[in-house]
Design a protein around this ligand. Structure first.
Ligand SMILES: Cc1ncc(COP(=O)(O)O)c(C=O)c1O
Length: 379
């Protein structure tokens, strides 16, 4: 099978050590040997999460962790403030509604971020028990200020539920310092592990709410079950042993690189991508002051189609970048530069993109985009 180079916001390409780790023979999941593997995963997860909280490991994609977080703390009729502004922000609000919450939305223009006063008045005018935020909104390439929301959540004594699915392990997520009570992530994004695992780091005050919430409507995704298992150094149900082998190898790679260096690499990749896009005469979708460090959304020039850009890139160069989602379908494309992406990977996509755009009749000077990226890396 011909290999496609992935520059999408997950699943990302895996290191060979991660792939090989998953070829190991099965272990019994209730054995000391496997519990050792789990222990190491928890220790390393706490490092990337910058937390002392316990982290629930769920077999399921990122959305399962979103559902676990919301369903475990919310009961029917509770008010929840949800900051939207993209497909994933919408999803958290939808999950809260699905579990009976009365959702007060703070609608944010897609591509932009919120004003703190807007969020504060939504909290002040409600009886909210929790606030939800997508830290890095993958659908628009916007990084929201989770620290500011955490501060408000503390001031108003409500829980802070943050979807950090495309930030943990790629950007700075200070779970404890920012007061994130339920910090959600997934395996196939910045952690550069295989898809299929979801994580929630849960604060003490969130555990208290969960324990006292006798009207929880979840079973498999009930975090109370995860806590009981965590106390015994295990998981409540049979975990995907194979994926956990992969996770451990991926987390070890992060430890080797160092979280600080890893975050810096992502920031440089993002800056290089933005500079290159501008040099190619392309318009960025997200506002500069809130641009994501893990995914960059770029407008498709009005005279071109999604296929002219993404289709040709895939067919002629074997490179996959992501398309727009929901109302942005056909209007933007997104370059994922998260996980193991290197400068060399980025140069490949930028160079191919220049050729694709030029061929499609877009006005640009070939080489200028790549040169702009090089400048970021050499500076
Ligand atoms: C910010 C964000 N939240 C949630 C999800 C959903 O994760 P999953 O597809 O793993 O369920 C994604 C996936 O792209 C995401 O980027």
């Amino acid at each position: 099978m011909k290999r496609t180079k992935l520059l999408i916001p997950g699943p990302v390409e895996l290191d060979s050590e991660v792939l090989l780790a998953m070829a190991r023979p099965m272990m019994g999941h209730r054995t000391p040997d496997f519990e050792e593997v789990l222990e190491e995963c928890w220790r390393l997860l706490r490092e990337v999460y910058q937390t002392r909280n316990e982290v629930a490991i769920i077999t399921g994609s990122g959305t399962s962790a979103m559902e676990a977080a919301v369903a475990s703390v919310i009961k029917e009729g509770d008010e929840v403030v949800s900051i939207t502004g993209g497909k994933f922000g919408e999803r958290l609000a939808e999950i809260a509604s699905a579990f009976g919450a009365e959702v007060k939305r703070v609608d944010v223009e897609w591509g932009s971020t919120f004003a703190v006063e807007q969020v504060e008045s939504a909290i002040a005018e409600s009886n909210a028990v929790a606030i939800t935020l997508t830290h890095n909104e993958t659908s628009t390439g916007v990084l929201h200020d989770a620290r500011a929301v955490g501060k408000l959540a503390r001031e108003y004594d409500i829980l802070f539920i943050a979807d950090c699915i495309t930030s943990v392990g790629g950007d700075d997520v200070r779970t404890d310092e920012w007061g994130i009570d339920l910090c959600i992530t997934g395996s196939q994004k910045c952690l550069a592990a295989p898809p299929g695992l979801g994580f929630v780091a849960v604060s003490e005050r969130a555990w208290e709410v969960i324990t006292n919430n006798t009207r929880r409507r979840a079973y498999y995704l009930d975090l109370a079950r995860y806590r009981k298992a965590l106390a015994r150094g295990t998981t409540p149900f049979t975990p995907s042993v194979t994926l956990i082998y992969g996770l451990r190898a991926a987390l070890k790679k992060i430890e080797e690189e160092g979280l600080k260096a890893r975050i810096e690499r992502h920031r440089r990749l993002a800056k290089a991508t933005r500079e290159a896009a501008r040099a190619m005469n392309l318009e960025l979708f997200a506002e500069q002051h809130c641009a994501s460090n893990t995914v960059t959304a770029i407008k498709i020039p009005p005279h071109l189609s999604d296929d002219d850009v993404r289709g040709v890139l895939k067919r002629e160069y074997g490179i996959l970048v992501a398309g727009g989602q929901a109302q942005l379908k056909g209007k933007i494309f997104r370059i994922g530069h998260m996980g193991n992406v290197t400068f060399a990977d980025l140069v490949q996509v930028l160079s191919a993109l220049e050729l694709v755009l030029k061929k499609a009749g877009h006005q640009l000077e070939p080489g200028k985009g790549v040169a702009a990226a090089e400048k970021v890396f050499s500076g």
